[in-house]
Design a protein around this ligand. Structure first.
Ligand SMILES: C[S@@+](CC[C@H](N)C(=O)[O-])C[C@H]1O[C@@H](n2cnc3c(N)ncnc32)[C@H](O)[C@@H]1O
Length: 399
C-alpha cells in the first residue's frame, strides 16, 4: 500500500463529477486509508477483487465510497434515460453481469476544450478508471464494450497525443479486457483540420478517422458478422453469376470454389464510412424550437447500429454511460433492444426527448450509395513543384 500522503490537486475528484460534498467525503476516506490518489485506491480494490466475481467489486466500492446519486429521467417501451453520473448506475443501480453491450463515446481528451467538458489528455486514463471498474462489473462474459474515441493533437505541435492508445492498453492490461478488434470510423465529410498543420503549414493531412475500440471481458463475446453485410461489389456479382475457377493466387492463397458461394453480401472491413453531416432533422428542430443546446459531439446513428446488430439480439440490454443526446438509446429502441442511457447534463436530455417522440426515425432509410476514397497519390505532382518543408513546418509561411 502507498504511504499516507496528501492527495495531489491533479487527482482531485472533479473528474468524477461528484458533488463537492461527495468529493470531499471520497477524498477523505482514500486519504485515511493511506492512498496517494483515489485511483491508487481503486487499483487496490481491483487487485483485491480481480479473482472474485464482479459482485464483490461493487460491494467493496459501496463500503468505501459514496456512490453518485442518479435519477430516472424518461422511460420508453424498451429503455430508460437516467440523469446523473453514470458511476451511480455502473457501480450501484445496475445488476452485476447484466449488460450485453456498452456502446459509448466518452468525452474526448481533446486539447481544445469543447462545451461538453473534455478532460486533459494526460489525466484521461485516471479519470476513466472508475468507469472501467463499472464496465467490468456490469458486463456479461458474453458482452462487449465499444468505445468510440477521437484522437487529439498535442498543444502547439503537429504531433499526436497517445491518450486513446494509453486508454486501450490500460483497459486490456489492468482491467482484463480483451481487444476483439479495433475499428476505424471514417467521416468523409470531416473538414480539413487542424487548419494550422493541414491548410496553413501543410505538413499534415486531414484528421478524418476516429478509433473505435471493441473490447470484451472474455475472448468470446457473442457476435455474428452475418448481421452487418455490405452489398457485393460489381466484380463479385459478376463472379457469382459467371462462376470462379478454383486456383492458387500469386499471394499463395488457395481460392477454393467456396469463394463463388453467394452469402447474401460481403463481410465489411473494419473501416466504417459514415458521414456525420446531420444538421437538420427532428432532434435539431426540437432543440431550436425549445431553445435547448444541440449536443455538439453526437455520433451518427449508424455507428451504434452497426455494433448493436453485430453484438446483440433483440431483447438484450445496451447501455450508453455517456449518453449525450441519446443516439444509442434511440437506435436500440428502434431495434427492439432494452437500453439505458446515462447523462450528466439535463439540458442534453431535454433535447434527447425529441428522439422518442412519434415520427422520429432513428435510422436513415437510404444508405446504399458508397463513399469514394481515392488511391494514394491519385493526382500525381512533380516532387520539384512541391518541395518538402525542411524545417517540418516550424516556421509559419508568410502570406
Ligand atoms: C461525446 S458525448 C456523447 C454524445 C453521444 N454519443 C451522442 O451521440 O449524443 C459525451 C457525453 O458524456 C457526458 N458525460 C460526461 N461524464 C459523464 C458521467 N460521469 N456520467 C454521465 N454522462 C457523462 C457529457 O455530458 C457528454 O454529453
Amino acid at each position: 500500500m502507498s504511504r499516507p500522503r496528501s492527495l495531489s490537486p491533479k487527482n482531485k475528484l472533479t473528474t468524477f463529477r461528484l458533488t463537492q460534498a461527495e468529493q470531499e467525503e471520497m477524498r477523505a476516506s482514500a486519504e485515511k486509508l493511506g492512498f496517494r490518489t483515489i485511483s491508487d485506491y481503486i487499483r487496490h480494490l481491483h487487485f483485491l477483487t480481480k479473482n472474485s466475481d464482479s459482485k464483490n467489486v461493487a460491494v467493496n466500492f459501496h463500503q468505501n465510497h459514496p456512490v453518485p446519486t442518479i435519477k430516472p429521467f424518461l422511460k420508453t417501451k424498451h429503455g430508460e434515460i437516467i440523469h446523473g453520473n453514470s458511476l451511480g448506475y455502473l457501480l450501484n443501480a445496475a445488476e452485476p453481469k447484466s449488460i450485453d453491450l456498452i456502446m459509448t463515446s466518452p468525452p474526448f481528451g481533446l486539447v481544445r476544450e469543447k462545451s461538453y467538458g473534455n478532460e486533459d489528455a494526460d489525466a484521461y486514463c485516471e479519470w476513466f478508471r472508475p468507469f472501467a471498474e463499472g464496465f467490468r462489473r456490469v458486463l456479461k462474459d458474453t458482452g462487449s464494450l465499444v468505445i468510440d474515441i477521437g484522437g487529439a493533437w498535442n498543444p502547439g505541435k503537429p504531433t499526436r497525443s497517445l491518450y486513446h492508445f494509453k486508454l486501450l492498453v490500460m483497459l486490456v492490461e489492468e482491467y482484463g479486457f480483451h481487444l476483439c478488434q479495433e475499428h476505424y470510423w471514417w467521416n468523409p465529410s470531416k473538414l480539413p483540420t487542424p487548419a494550422e498543420w493541414v491548410n496553413v503549414r501543410r505538413v499534415r493531412v486531414k484528421d478524418a478517422v476516429n478509433t473505435v475500440w471493441w473490447l470484451s471481458p472474455s475472448p468470446w463475446p457473442k457476435a455474428s458478422n452475418r448481421r452487418i453485410l455490405a452489398p457485393y461489389s460489381s466484380s463479385m456479382k459478376a463472379l457469382l453469376k459467371d462462376g470462379y475457377k478454383a486456383k492458387l493466387r500469386p499471394s499463395g492463397h488457395n481460392i477454393s470454389d467456396k469463394f463463388s458461394k453467394d452469402n447474401g453480401g460481403s463481410v465489411p472491413p473494419n473501416l466504417l464510412a459514415i458521414a456525420n453531416t446531420e444538421s437538420n432533422g427532428t432532434y435539431q428542430d426540437f432543440c431550436r424550437e425549445q431553445g435547448i443546446a444541440i449536443h455538439p459531439a453526437r455520433f451518427p446513428a449508424q455507428l451504434p447500429e452497426y455494433f448493436i446488430r453485430l453484438l446483440t439480439d433483440p431483447g438484450d440490454t445496451v447501455v450508453d454511460p455517456f449518453g449525450g443526446s441519446c443516439v444509442t438509446g434511440a437506435v436500440a429502441e428502434s431495434l427492439g433492444r432494452k437500453w439505458v442511457c446515462c447523462e450528466l447534463s439535463e439540458e442534453y436530455l431535454e433535447g434527447a426527448k425529441a428522439r422518442f417522440t412519434s415520427g422520429y426515425a432513428a435510422l436513415p432509410r437510404e444508405r446504399s450509395s458508397p463513399y469514394c476514397i481515392y488511391q494514394p497519390c491519385a493526382l500525381p505532382v512533380d516532387d520539384g513543384d512541391a518541395p518538402l518543408f525542411e524545417d517540418g513546418g516550424k516556421k509559419r509561411p508568410e502570406k
